[in-house]
Design a protein around this ligand. Structure first.
Ligand code: AMP
Ligand code: MN
Ligand code: MN
Length: 331
């Protein structure tokens, strides 16, 4: 389903000052796509600011070597600093719930909004949607936009976009990895992406806190629903006891679904502001985006998330009940 990029081209004709943002708890696709998009817009001579509702996880600091690209809304940038922005470009999300502290800002943003995304779930964000749910990553879409708009991909853009695609395909392991994925990656390597350095920087710089947290999480893995589900929990206490930070939990959910015979893996993480974030992963085809939607969340068929406004124990019970129902009603 190729995207028609002419609405983006038309906006570029008319406007100069752009604001780029992405989802809360940004992952590699979110941040890597921002690097690519900022490069694209700057190549077109635009004034660009990249402002996110969450801080950048340390594992992705290499995407912003000199620390000038990613800004934190409510931290080093306030809404009033963004009054001159004409266009808002939203990457890798299509749901209000994913905007975090920027939700009110986005709701009242007066200029055009453009969403470039690949998620199935979709709210009406009052935006022009440039969307392809068959794309493996938003980074793929940004790479396609660059080609459609005749913007050469620089080495730094290529590093960002390769990070995006690699992380959303589990480094080319997940079923969303297709021949076109690998061709795109080959093009990005040709444009200067340093695949070995990206891998090293993301995965070979674990803090002791993350590794200790991971050890505890693995030790605490449980199964449910006759071994069809595996899940783990991480409390605030678990983080502080191990010297870990919330960003250290990225990808840990993958272990839950790696247990032999398991169809659905769940990771429940207590949130600093109350409530529990659940990450859901499936294999063998159960649509976990639909389970997440029961709790106001969403995502993709095989990877989804939601935040429940309740204590850990009842969140676990509620999600397990919803997963049980989904497993029983699917063939
Ligand atoms: P996560 O478990 O946070 O890694 O998320 C898995 C996938 O689901 C990602 O593509 C997220 O962007 C998406 N996702 C997570 N939480 C939500 C939510 N509350 N609403 C919509 N999509 C979500
Ligand atoms: Mn993402
Ligand atoms: Mn994505």
């Amino acid at each position: 389903m190729p995207i028609d990029w002419s609405p983006l081209a038309a906006i570029l004709e008319k406007h100069e000052r752009f604001l780029v943002t992405t989802h809360v708890r940004p992952d590699g696709d979110a941040l890597g796509s921002e690097v690519g998009m900022a490069g694209l817009l700057r190549a077109k001579g635009k004034d660009v600011r990249v402002v996110n509702s969450s801080r950048t996880p340390p594992r992705y600091d290499f995407l912003d070597e000199d620390g000038t690209l990613f800004r934190h809304f409510g931290g080093d940038v306030q809404a009033s600093d963004l009054a001159d922005r004409e266009v808002l470009v939203i990457l890798d999300l299509s749901a209000w719930s994913q905007l975090g502290d920027m939700v009110d800002f986005v709701r009242s943003f007066p200029g055009p909004r453009v969403v470039i995304d690949h998620h199935v779930s979709q709210d009406d964000l009052g935006a022009t949607f440039l969307k392809d749910v068959t794309a493996e990553a938003t980074g793929t879409l940004v790479a396609r936009a660059a080609r459609a708009l005749q913007v050469p991909i620089t080495p730094s853009m290529a590093n960002g976009l390769l990070t995006a695609i690699a992380m959303d395909t589990g480094w080319f392991r997940h079923p969303n990895t297709r021949p076109s994925t690998l061709r795109e990656v080959a093009d990005l390597v040709e444009s200067g992406a340093e695949i070995h350095l990206i891998y090293q920087r993301i995965f070979e710089r674990n803090t002791l806190g993350r590794l200790r947290l991971m050890g505890e999480m693995l030790a605490g893995l449980r199964t449910a629903l006759e071994g069809r589900v595996s899940y783990a929990t991480i409390t605030r206490e678990d983080l502080s006891r191990n010297g870990a930070i919330p960003q250290d939990t990225e990808d840990l959910v993958d272990y839950t679904v790696s247990v032999e015979g398991v169809e659905v893996g769940l990771l429940f993480i207590e949130q600093a502001r109350g409530g529990v974030k659940v990450s859901l992963r499936s294999r063998n085809g159960l649509d976990v985006a639909r389970v997440a939607a029961v709790f106001g969340g969403g995502g993709h068929k095989a990877a989804a998330g939601a935040t429940l406004p309740e204590p850990l124990e009842s969140a676990v019970a509620a999600v397990l009940a919803a997963v049980r129902q989904a497993l029983e009603t699917s063939v």
